[in-house]
Design a protein around this ligand. Structure first.
Ligand code: HEC
Length: 118
């Protein structure tokens, strides 16, 4: 009897962990009215990119430390190309995985809003 209770409760615990549906893959986080470098983009770069792309250690010869540099890499198409690659693509950035879809959306929105600084 104890065994059955154990099995039933493990099944219940496990099934509560896997409640993902296809809807979870669609990111509907609303975008802010205005996306700016100081408001959102800088924080994404700092937490996800600057480890490898700063003035002392610029992987691929790319420094993403300030507004002008991030803007240039977005304008030439490289930055968005790299962050929108599929997981597992050797060229995806950041190198260890994909940015959350909400961050990708913010960067694309920043570009279409005309690269506001603050
Ligand atoms: C763990 C280290 C690491 C992290 C974190 C990282 N990169 Fe990179 N990145 C590299 C390396 C190494 C290269 C050079 C090799 C290559 O081109 O793939 C590179 C190359 C690039 C390039 C191409 C070079 C160029 O001049 O266009 C872009 C664009 C880029 N990274 C953007 C980013 C962005 C944006 C982030 C954050 C979302 C990021 N990287 C995070 C290591 C990293």
């Amino acid at each position: 009897m104890r065994k059955i209770i154990l099995i039933v409760s493990s099944v219940l615990i496990l099934s509560s962990c896997t409640n993902s549906s296809p809807d979870d893959l669609i990111d509907d986080t609303p975008l802010p009215a205005q996306v700016t470098y100081e408001g959102q983009i800088k924080a994404i770069m700092t937490s996800q990119c600057l480890n490898c792309h700063n003035s002392n250690f610029a992987s691929g010869n790319l420094n993403l430390e300030n507004y002008t540099l991030v803007r240039a890499s977005t304008e030439n198409g490289n930055l968005i190309d790299r962050i929108t690659r599929n997981v597992g693509d050797p060229l995806i950035m950041p190198q260890n995985g994909q940015l959350p879809q909400a961050s990708i959306n913010l960067i694309i929105q920043w570009q279409s809003d005309g690269f506001l600084e603050n």
